[in-house]
Design a protein around this ligand. Sequence first.
Ligand SMILES: [Zn+2]
Ligand SMILES: [Zn+2]
Length: 287
Amino acid sequence: MYALGEALKVLPWGTRGSIATPGPARQRYGGNTSCVEILGDEGTLLVLDAGTGVRPLGESLPKNLKRVDILLTHLHMDHIQGLGFFSALYDPEMAVHIWGPTCPTQSLSQRLTRYLSPPLFPVRLPDLPCQLTLHELPGDVTEIGEFRVSASLISHPGSTLGYRIESASSVVAYLPDHEPALGQGRVPDEPEWTSGFDLAEGADLLLHDCQYTESEYIDRVGWGHSTFGQSLDFAKLCGVQHLMAFHHDPSREDDALEGHVRDAVERFEPSFRVSIGAEGTAETLRS
Ligand SMILES: [Zn+2]
Ligand SMILES: [Zn+2]
């Protein structure tokens, strides 16, 4: 056994990028878009992004839960599409805090309401029954229950955040949509010039964009995503213990995904652990 505050569970409910891709060729890693549950052993529950994976997450919430915090990296549809189907939003007893990126022209509420309002969705965001509070980031380091949460703007089209979540004993970094190689064609060697370094430095677990193969990236520079190799370079620069490949391309079937990650690992020979983010496969971090 381990003491309170010394373990946290990281459970992906959606690992796919861009658009949901259900079907038999993607069953091992899943077809739902970005959504990750972080659960501390004191009961604090964070939801990273609200892609289509947040709907089944809502069905699994503990019955006695009174507060949930949703940390949105950005407002591309694959990261908010499940929001209106998240059961906690319809519970009058539930305090729901949604954290997301600031923008100079519109509030977070106004931008989310563009999706959560007719004709795109039948319920307007301000009319949801839960006790809803919105917060715009980046800002000061925030304490949420047993976690310290930091957010910084990172390289991706539009206002986009990455997150660093610290418990008493572990650090998880979440950068699902991230192109740190933009401008140089490779991840810089200098930490201070590298997007996202401050968030991922020394993390026990880094969930990072691994959307493209090297050949795909050539035609997609500036789209905001990374290759498998760039993600390995970024993870090495940041000195992480474990890289979880995340935001799988919608075209990538399970066998091809495993092949691409295996090839990149053979080329790179990382000194840290590498895994492929899979729906329903939890990682438990302990001190
Ligand atoms: Zn995305
Ligand atoms: Zn995006």
